[in-house]
Write a protein that binds this ligand. Structure first.
Ligand SMILES: *[C@@H]1O[C@H](CO)[C@@H](O)[C@H](O)[C@H]1NC(C)=O
Ligand SMILES: *[C@@H]1O[C@H](CO)[C@@H](O)[C@H](O)[C@H]1NC(C)=O
Length: 420
């Protein structure tokens, strides 16, 4: 028995390692990336030029290279054709790292605006023609601007683009809230988007699940009407259905000595002996705050024994709803690329991987992200420390100059100093 279980376990283990498939991987470490990745041959889109990418070394290792955008107020379009694949029957994991290198993180950077989307294209994609109008299958990545600040994940489904907008979350998107899920710094972070055959999806940053932006795909993209609807029933009266969780205790009685008068006549005041009504007007007894005053009496609250919870109309299956078990399937991917508009350049892309195995993808990219982040943070912290030392020195100098000027002023005008 035990032996059998072990065998089963070993088989499953084998199966999962055999079937893990990497559809595409790019770490830009080898100069040959320039042969694979093609920049658009278009010069302008929407009246703005296309910018250039530089091949740059990471902070922690000169051999770990990335590509970086270099021109402000520019479009970027670079893509590569890949071996055709579909994720039918498998999970789809899309991951890459982004570093918003030029973001000023000492302060909220109100002018910073850059999108960093990775896009998946169908096999008929032409890299030379890539621009903002080119159709894509998935667009995924952080977009950090004063007006939009979120991790986009948009899909092409049934001939339509669907913007990721989780049903219970749609009031919060497209408004500026300080860096909700995009880390608020200028360091390297890992972004992952995962679709599963059970129609759930995950968004992850640095390996951590973003719970608010994960769940069922139907909710995430609102591709389907709700599965269940509620009957149009009149709400029952309070007698039939009591929704009050607490009520005032009918047994509770007001104590006899409860004094609810906020003001009372001053017991020590009396009409002065020499008061004359015709001269002084009618004498009024002064009032004072009542020392025994208690707020208005209310019976205590108790649990309502008739409480039935919040009433809801009965549910029924929505006849217009039809599950699509293929909602997670991207039928055919043939190219991958970055296509973005950036007001602020200096965005670094790296560690692109598309696979069917989240665990494997994470085990490759997360250690790199951690190393990069730590090295970048160290440089950043040193810069902050230098800045602090500079500011202290500057203040000291101002204080010294001030003192010197005061001494000169006092020496040249001693009498005035005495007057002060
Ligand atoms: C991009 O690379 C070129 C050539 O190596 C270099 O001259 C230029 O300064 C780089 N630009 C940025 C923004 O790093
Ligand atoms: C869906 O599938 C994924 C991957 O197998 C799994 O991690 C997740 O728990 C599943 N979710 C549900 C709701 O079944």
């Amino acid at each position: 028995m035990v032996f059998k279980e072990k065998r089963v376990f070993a088989l499953i283990f084998l199966a999962s390692s055999v079937f893990c498939e990497v559809f595409f991987e790019e770490n830009f470490n080898d100069p040959s990336w320039r042969k694979r990745w093609i920049t658009t041959s278009q010069r302008y889109y929407n009246g703005k030029p296309f910018g250039n990418f530089n091949w740059t070394a990471s902070t922690y290792d000169a051999n770990d290279k990335s590509i970086m955008t270099t021109d402000d107020n520019s479009h970027y379009a670079i893509s590569t054709t890949i071996r055709k694949f579909s994720n039918r029957g498998k999970s789809l994991v899309i991951q890459f790292t982004v570093k918003f290198q030029t973001r000023n993180t000492a302060d909220y950077d109100a002018k910073y605006c850059a999108a960093a989307f990775l896009k998946l294209f169908s096999p008929d994609h032409d890299p030379k023609k890539l621009n903002g109008d080119s159709p894509y299958l998935i667009r995924f990545g952080p977009d950090t601007c004063p007006t939009a600040n979120r991790i986009q994940a948009d899909i092409f489904y049934k001939n339509k683009m669907w913007i990721h907008a989780p049903r219970d979350y749609d009031k919060k998107i497209y408004v500026y809230t300080p860096m909700p899920f995009i880390p608020d710094d200028s360091h390297t972070h890992l972004y992952q988007l995962v679709f599963h055959p059970n129609l759930t999806y995950e968004k992850r940053v640095d390996g951590k699940l973003i719970v608010e932006e994960s769940g069922h795909m139907e909710h995430g993209w609102q591709t389907h009407p709700p599965r269940r609807l509620r009957k149009d029933q009149p709400k029952p009266s309070e007698n039939e259905w009591d929704e009050r969780e607490y009520i005032l205790d009918p047994e509770d009685k007001k104590p006899a000595d409860w004094d609810a008068h906020q003001y009372v006549p001053d017991p020590y005041a009396k009409r002065p002996d020499d008061w004359k009504d015709d001269v002084d007007g009618e004498w009024e007894h002064p009032i004072i705050r009542n020392p025994k005053y208690k707020e208005e009496w209310k019976p205590r609250a108790i649990k309502n024994p008739k409480y039935k919870g919040l009433w809801q109309a009965e549910e029924y299956d929505n006849p217009d709803y039809k599950e699509d078990p293929d909602l997670y399937v991207i039928p055919e991917v043939g190219a991958v690329g970055f296509e973005n508009w950036q007001e602020t350049s200096g965005v670094v892309y790296d560690n692109v991987m598309i696979t069917d195995d989240l665990e494997y993808a994470t085990s490759v990219a997360l250690p790199i992200q951690k190393k990069a982040y730590e090295a970048e943070y160290k440089v950043f912290a040193e810069k902050c420390e230098q800045e602090r030392i500079r500011k202290v020195a500057e203040r000291k100098k101002i204080e010294k100059d001030h003192k010197r000027l005061n001494t000169i002023a006092a020496a040249s005008n001693p009498s005035r100093h005495d007057e002060l």
